[in-house]
Write a protein that binds this ligand. Structure first.
Ligand code: CUA
Length: 321
């Protein structure tokens, strides 16, 4: 099929192409562009020429024009039909290719939610970046917890919606190790533009396996007095930071700075002191006690944060004086 090398460099039109399918996507994009530019200039040039050639002049009476030219009409029908069929064929074959993950692909579950991506690996590790081994196809099984999001990796030329209540699949194989930007390409509310993540293509399969194993038990390796560091990592990794700042600025949710041990006014009236049980409840059942001035938009972390992880986050909150 199409070479995966054609058009994979960063160019004026497109970013660098970094997946095995990027070459064929780019090739078709540039081919359609070239065809469009060619016919644009051909038609406009002929148009201007005929306008000039057959302009009204004194002494030249307008002549009746032919209303039929079999050869000309067959030519200008058959050639465009062939071109359009070729474009269709290229597009359709490419679509089927992108649509059909190889059987052997490494599978990662993707969850879109307002406003972050969560990637779940076969061993249960959850991360907010997509780590993958090099030189093998990766299949993403995607869904959404709330509204429609769209996972978009420009350098891989893949984009697919994550839709609540169903599973969408897409796949890619990176050409080389490195980091690639993930965007959300479906407007999904206030923090749509910060629904960012990275694809991290590891340098080797063993390096990837090591990352996966470490990610699975990083809290267990921390001594108790360092547990807050694990909480800090979870804070940025598991989506807290998209809505809760640690510098006092209010975001989608209240800032975490200086709230520990202090009383917060609730939107339903009354108040609550920020201590272990309140934080735990707010993580597992965020709508139970919403701080005054904020919308009840936080998703539950029930089943997605282990007790030890919640404890680590609590320890981290305690450090935010
Ligand atoms: Cu999620 Cu836009």
């Amino acid at each position: 099929m199409m070479s995966s090398v054609i058009g994979t460099g960063a160019g004026f039109w497109l970013p660098r192409g970094a997946s095995t399918t990027a070459g064929r996507v780019d090739f078709l994009f540039y081919a359609i562009n070239a065809i469009a530019i060619f016919f644009f200039f051909l038609i406009v040039t002929l148009l201007l020429y005929f306008v000039w050639k057959y302009r009204t002049r004194p002494g030249h009476a307008a002549q009746p024009s032919k209303d039929h030219n079999q050869k000309l009409e067959i030519t200008w029908t058959v050639i465009p039909v062939c071109i359009v069929l070729w474009i269709f064929w290229q597009g359709f074959a490419g679509y089927l290719d992108i649509q059909t993950p190889p059987e052997t692909a490494y599978e990662v579950q993707v969850l879109g939610q307002k406003w972050k991506w969560l990637f779940t690996y076969p061993n249960g590790v959850v991360d907010d970046d997509l780590h993958v081994p090099p030189d093998e196809p990766v299949r993403l099984v995607m869904t959404s917890q709330d509204v429609i999001h769209s996972l978009y990796v420009p350098e891989f030329r893949i984009k697919r919606d994550a839709v609540p209540g169903r599973y969408e699949k897409e796949w890619f194989q990176a050409l080389e190790p490195g980091e690639y930007q993930i965007f959300c390409a479906e407007y999904c509310g206030t923090s749509h533009s910060s629904m960012l993540a990275k694809v991290i293509v590891h340098r080797s399969r063993p390096e990837f396996e090591k990352w996966l194993a470490d990610a699975g038990n990083f809290l267990d390796k921390l001594p108790p007095e360092k547990l807050w560091e694990g909480g800090q990592k979870l804070y940025s990794q598991r989506g807290c930071k998209q809505c809760h700042s640690v510098d006092g600025t209010a975001g989608i949710g209240p800032s975490f700075k200086g709230i520990w041990g202090h009383s917060q006014v609730l939107s339903g009236g009354g108040s609550v002191v920020v201590e272990e049980n309140y934080v735990r409840e707010s993580i597992l059942n965020p709508q139970a006690k919403v701080v005054l001035g904020f919308e009840p938009v936080m998703p539950t972390y029930q089943g997605r944060l282990k007790d030890k992880e919640i404890t680590a986050i609590i320890e981290y909150l305690k450090t935010l004086k």
